[in-house]
Design a protein around this ligand. Structure first.
Ligand code: GTP
Ligand code: MG
Length: 310
């Protein structure tokens, strides 16, 4: 369990939830909180896979399982919300399914809009995971929007990446095509209660690259609905954690992840701060009205921000 002594503490759950929102927005209050937070690398389990494969259901099942197995464990769930991706409005569908879990004091759930960021992973996802860890959470499960090819960046930030597919739908082959094959530490064939999961698992097994050293990706068929395989999946997650704890690449992974968060935060904040300025809105208007050359207008705007050309 998280044994750091300088973790941040809050008077109530609602105060804590507010703090997470400030951190998410990177508001002045959020910045203050982050500067007080100890730097502890989060333990991140990333879940990806085709829409509807059962990522949310599996996370609920696995978190319930882990809470039973480890009564003191504190677990965060960050779900990148696909609905807001499609409609621009925040719909917390996944959260409703996770309602029951949300009553558990040791579980914290947050839905984050994906905001059209490449791969659907805005840097706030990592920021929140880091903050939860600084507040004493032992692990964070991240659900991505599962948008196929664009979804690979989850493996940049997760310590353990789980790819979820379903039997008989060709998802496993889709996953292969979308490059998800390489990123999986664990392949979950969900909905085994519908049958044919074992056949899909065997087909997947044949497509896995031969590995002579390091971690060989594991394949498991499970059912979030009837609980089959959930205990074994939880064990596999621990097994992979033990493996990476002793692996040489761990330090590199952490430093790549910090780099990713830094770069993405600069990119994201720069973009959104410029776009929120009145100067941007005014330039955009004249460009739309065809009164100004778009490239020159962009250059003038950037010049006014940085007092330089680049
Ligand atoms: N039969 C069966 N249905 C399942 C199982 N797991 C999930 N489902 C159903 O599959 C549907 C999608 O499940 P979700 O958990 O929302 O899937 P998801 O991958 O999170 O979906 P998105 O977030 O929309 O991409 C729901 O109707 C679930 O009830 C399972 O093990 N068996
Ligand atoms: Mg979901």
């Amino acid at each position: 369990m998280n044994e750091h002594s300088n973790i941040l503490k809050f008077a109530s759950r609602s105060e804590f939830a507010r703090a997470v929102s400030e951190v998410e927005r990177l508001s002045p209050e959020g910045i203050k909180l982050l500067s007080r937070a100890p730097m502890i690398e989060p333990r991140i389990i990333g879940w990806t896979g085709a829409p509807g494969a059962g990522k949310s259901s599996l996370i609920s099942a696995i978190v319930r399982q882990r809470r039973e197995s480890f009564p003191d464990m504190r677990i965060g769930i960050v779900a990148v919300d696909p609905s807001s991706y499609r409609t621009g409005g925040a719909v917390l569908g996944d959260r409703i399914r996770m309602e029951e879990l949300a009553l558990d004091e040791n579980v914290f759930i947050r839905s984050v809009a994906s905001k059209n960021v490449a791969g659907g992973l805005s840097p706030s996802v990592l920021r929140i995971s880091r903050f939860l860890t600084a507040c004493g959470f032992d692990e964070v499960h991240i659900e991505t929007i599962g948008a196929g090819q664009n979804d690979v960046s989850i493996s940049e930030i997760a310590d353990t990446t789980i790819v979820v597919s379903t039997p008989n739908t060709g998802d496993s082959i889709q996953a292969l095509k979308a490059g998800m094959m390489e990123i999986a530490d664990i392949h979950c064939v969900n909905k085994s209660d519908l049958g044919a999961a074992d056949r899909t698992a065997s087909a997947l097994q044949l497509t896995l690259p031969d590995k002579t050293c390091g971690w060989s990706p594991k394949i498991i068929s499970v059912s979030a609905r009837n609980g089959e395989g959930i205990y074994d999946l939880s064990k596999l997650i621990d097994e992979h954690e033990n493996y990476i704890e002793s692996s040489d690449s761990r330090k590199n992974h952490f430093s790549r992840r910090r780099r990713f968060e830094f770069e993405e935060t600069v990119r994201y904040e720069l973009n959104s701060r410029i776009k929120n300025s009145s100067a941007y809105q005014e330039s955009l208007k004249s460009v739309e009205e065809n009164s100004e050359n778009p490239a020159l207008s962009a250059e003038k705007l950037l010049h006014s921000f940085f007092n330089n050309t680049f």
